[in-house]
Design a protein around this ligand. Structure first.
Ligand code: TEU
Length: 553
């Protein structure tokens, strides 16, 4: 495989259950990924991140692991995974595994041994606490709703689960736990994988177990020993290799993310943070319907872009993943075919010209939309089902609750990948585990490959630009016109080169600010500038010899 600075790479995220089914059981599998490697090589990405494929009861679709050393038989076998890795390597594609070590499934042997057995050597692998006033030890909230503690059936003790009741949090303060987790990571390194995505890794160090005035997250987010534990993991496992790592950081801060990623600290290469994707939460509450606050989006994105760049850290940048609605339905416009294509390209251009490692989530590159489910029975995700129940209990009508789920649920991104216009969009020959989006005859990979004007071709071009021009990777970032209500404008500067990025987030044409010079060579665009007007959802990148607009802000 050719060696390239990891910073120049683009990652493609695969949700195996919804990618490609080769057995006819209606769920995707590892061989289904191998079958599509030529497509992924054609797209031009460098790494494939597979969400968890380990043994799991699948209460949270694999984020509940019952055996870290086995492949879930729904997805195939260890041999299938070996084949995938070697076939990927032949095409210069690298494989990143998803490592979920904040918690295990309650079906994991350690937990089964510990549960109801206060004397078990595995008891201290988890966080068991005495009940308080005949109730749970603290009032912390689970991220999937309800109290975060579950009482054992045969004692008064409770165990902590920050996510589902079947996902028990591990006790990282126990050195034996850390040693076991290092062993798991080393096992996968030996297996031949090229990188890791660490699930909610900033939640591993729990602080004081006290009642909270909010959800409790102030006690365990970026907790007291988190940097020490990640540094130790780095030294014990991937630290001296060229494996690429990214940590998923829940509700984190810029300061912590600099600590996680500054190379000299030897923790991780890069981090995901979710603040830019909360700009359509009314008063910070996800389960609401709100339109996005565009000025807030720019402010948050740019605060992180500039802060991470200046602090010498590294960002992972993304619009979509398996926990987020589809971006074209969210910050773009899927109300007509023309607007879907135009806004899908605009969003791609804005994101891929930013600083950091871009992640593309399966289907984003063809502009897949939210499915627009009409019944709660179509939803599968525990989080969505819990949220629905809570909204109904709070007095909301079924129709209102469904409207919110349609906008916010994680299932929006989990419907099967659309490959062609045949039965079940070419995803399966059986019955798909999730409904296929109705618009698959129009939106699918085969069609996007043929159509030179498709979103797919813009994504291919964006990936090539990153590989060919160092400015995209190493350039600094200069936010411009931050208070403009429709335009997202920024500049990248590197070794005397300067690229100006202009994007219109409105559906209508907008006049460019007078102070903005648009002289130069067009690098990529989804529109033409009509004098000084940029059309609805237009985006354009211009290479300029010098900066013209120094005093514009
Ligand atoms: O997600 C962590 C997480 O906190 C969110 O993305 C979460 O899904 C969202 O805030 C709920 O509103 C990771 C995984 O990406 C997710 O799929 C898992 O369910 C979760 O960890 C637990 O392992």
């Amino acid at each position: 495989m050719s060696q390239m600075d990891w910073r120049k790479s683009v990652v493609y995220q695969i949700y195996p259950k919804s990618f490609n089914d080769t057995t006819g059981n209606g769920q995707g599998d590892i061989n289904g990924i191998t079958e599509k490697l030529d497509y992924l090589a054609y797209l031009g990405v460098d790494y494939l991140w597979l969400t968890p494929v380990y043994q799991s009861p699948m209460n949270d679709n694999g984020y509940d692991i019952s055996d870290y050393y086995q492949v879930n038989e729904l997805f195939g076998s260890l041999d299938d995974l070996r084949t995938l890795i070697s076939e990927a390597h032949q095409r210069d594609l690298k494989i990143m595994m998803d490592i979920v070590i904040n918690h295990t499934s309650t079906e994991h042997q350690w937990f089964k041994d510990a549960y109801n057995h206060p004397e078990s050597p595995y008891r201290d692998f988890y966080i068991f606490k005495k009940s308080k006033d005949e109730g749970p030890p603290t009032n912390w909230q689970s991220k999937f709703g309800g109290n975060a503690w579950q009482q054992e059936s045969e004692t008064d003790d409770y165990y902590l689960h920050l996510f589902d009741v079947s996902q028990a949090d591990l006790n990282w303060d126990n050195p034996q736990v850390r040693a076991e987790l290092h062993r798991i990571v080393k096992y996968w390194m030996d297996f031949g994988v090229d990188g890791f995505r660490f699930d909610v890794i900033n939640l591993i160090s729990k602080g004081a177990f006290k009642d909270s005035k909010r959800t409790g997250k102030e006690f365990y987010t970026d907790g007291p020993r988190v940097h020490e534990y990640i540094h130790e993991l780095n030294k014990a496992t991937f630290g001296d290799t060229d494996l690429m790592t990214v940590g998923e950081m829940s509700s984190t801060t810029l300061d912590h993310c600099l600590k996680y990623t500054r190379p000299e600290r030897q923790e991780l290469h890069s981090v995901f943070n979710f603040h830019p994707l909360k700009v359509d939460y009314a008063n910070g509450d996800k389960w609401t319907n709100a339109s996005m606050d565009f000025l807030q989006l720019k402010e948050i994105l740019m605060k992180w872009q500039v802060g991470i760049y200046e602090g010498g850290g590294w960002n992972a940048i993304f619009w979509c993943n398996h926990d987020q609605p589809r971006i074209v339905s969210r910050f773009g416009d899927d109300s007509t075919e023309a607007l879907r294509v135009q806004s899908g390209k605009m969003l791609g251009i804005v994101l891929h010209m930013l600083q950091g490692t871009p992640y593309i989530y399966q289907g984003e590159e063809i502009g897949m939309t939210n499915p627009g489910f009409t019944s709660i029975n179509q939803y599968q995700d525990i989080e969505a089902i819990n949220a629905y129940k809570t909204l109904i209990e709070q007095g909301m009508s079924e129709a209102e609750a469904l409207t919110i789920l349609n906008q916010k649920s994680r299932d929006n991104s989990r419907t099967p990948m659309l490959w062609n216009d045949e039965r079940h969009a070419g995803f399966t020959e059986g019955e798909p585990w999730m409904p296929i989006n109705d618009n698959y005859r129009n939106i699918n990979v085969a069609r996007a490959m043929e159509d030179s004007q498709s979103i797919l071709h813009t994504y291919r071009e964006l990936i090539k630009l990153r590989h060919q021009h160092d400015i995209v990777t190493y350039g600094d970032i200069e936010p411009l016109y931050m208070t403009h209500p429709e335009l997202f404008v920024y500049r990248r500067n590197y070794q005397g080169e300067s690229w100006l990025v202009i994007a219109n987030f409105a559906s209508y044409a907008v006049e460019l600010p007078e102070t903005l010079s648009i002289e130069g060579q067009i690098v990529i665009a989804n529109c033409e500038l009509n004098h000084r007007t940029i059309e609805g959802y237009g985006a354009i990148v211009i290479a300029q010899e010098e900066k013209y607009d120094k005093d514009s802000e």
